[in-house]
Design a protein around this ligand. Structure first.
Ligand code: ADP
Length: 189
């Protein structure tokens, strides 16, 4: 066809990064959902789990109890969703990370499943934005650098293949965690 009749190609649209790092307390994050590093009982615990239940109020635990009654808790690597109660986030996606046990007990695959299953729930509910804590990197003892590499890789792979969620925030609770995430992003993993 003569050049003059060819449709003008659209200028490539700039898509701002859908993955960002934020150093904050996740209970303050105003994403559509935040992820909780829960335990398999879903009845609350220490660390980020305790902070989320304290800040979100009893409604979250009520829904967790209903899920327990229905399906008996949540297995390692899996995820369930509840209200966010009084949190700025509308929903909490509870996922159960693996306890670090030397690294040869399937921990990397289970941790990757936590990210994938949480993102799948977010996509199924068409949630705009989701914030993740460093699942398993506290009481469960997962080495922070390896965990950051898995988090960045799984989120990037998910976003490259899916429309939802539109944005993911990896929440660093301290400067060390932020640096680990930033290094993973910069290394283009
Ligand atoms: P796990 O049992 O899965 O290891 P923890 O709650 O002990 O879960 O810790 C998971 C991560 O969450 C740790 O890196 C910890 O520093 C971080 N963390 C703890 N409290 C908060 C919070 N309020 N906001 C964001 N991250 C938090």
């Amino acid at each position: 066809m003569p050049d003059i009749m060819k449709p003008t190609p659209l200028a490539p649209t700039y898509e701002p990064s859908r993955l960002r790092i934020e150093q904050t307390d996740i209970t303050k994050l105003a994403t559509t959902a935040i992820v909780n590093a829960a335990n398999s009982s879903l009845l609350g615990g220490g660390g980020v789990d305790g902070a989320i239940h304290r800040a979100g109020g009893p409604e979250i635990l009520e829904e967790c109890r209903k899920i327990r009654a229905r399906q008996g808790g949540c297995k390692t690597g899996e995820a369930v969703i509840t209200t966010g109660g009084r949190l700025p986030a509308g929903y909490v996606i509870h996922t159960v990370g693996p306890v670090w046990n030397g690294g040869l007990k399937g921990e990397p695959e289970l941790l990757a499943s936590c990210y994938r299953n949480s993102l799948r729930i977010a996509a199924e509910h068409k949630l705009d934005s989701v914030g993740f804590p460093g699942i398993s990197t506290g009481i469960y003892g997962y080495p922070k650098e390896e965990a950051a590499a898995i988090a960045v890789r799984e989120v990037q792979q998910w976003l490259a293949a899916h429309e939802w969620p539109k944005e993911v925030v990896l929440v660093a609770f301290d400067g060390q965690a932020r640096q680990l995430y930033e290094r993973q992003l910069a290394s283009g993993s």
